[in-house]
Design a protein around this ligand. Sequence first.
Ligand SMILES: [Fe+2]
Ligand SMILES: [Fe+2]
Length: 200
Amino acid sequence: MATSAKTQIIDMLKADHKKVKKAFKDFEKMDPQAESESAEALVEQTLAAIEVHSSLEEQIFYPAARSAIKEEDLIDEAEVEHMTVKVLIEQLKSMSASDDKFAATFKVLGEYIDHHVKEEENEMFVQLTRPGVGWDAVLEQMQTQRAQLLEEKGLPPEAEEATTPAGRSSAGSRASRSTDESRPQAASRSSKRSSASEKK
Ligand SMILES: [Fe+2]
Ligand SMILES: [Fe+2]
């Protein structure tokens, strides 16, 4: 049986969560002062990934989820949390690795997102049981918008891959342009731009 559109959406969002969580873990192993360039690249890329994810949720997923969920309060809470995430993102964007609070701010963002993600995965996603939502259309909209946002942000187009976490081990051989692992180190502001302007 084909995976339902709703499940595909949830899998896509969960794959994003996992990826972002890994980025925060990677950052913890770094010394932002000594490896300022890679630390900044990792932060910059993580912020961009969070922005894409948040925007998809806010513009497409949450409105649909609102019609499908039992406790609508959960959506309100999530939207408020996104606003706080944005404040932290804006602060980080104006910082560099030499900033006193750079690592601390990124860490707090990670802890905050961790809490937010737990609520989404353990409460919101499991409560989307009310019928009548056209999840097929929602999925399609999210995929289109995702591809567009990734391109705008100069992030690699990995939407298909993200929906199949089991097949991730092969990602390295497939994505010659960049992989999750190599990108933060390799990424510089100039290389990001070039992938943004590149059409597939
Ligand atoms: Fe969210
Ligand atoms: Fe999320």
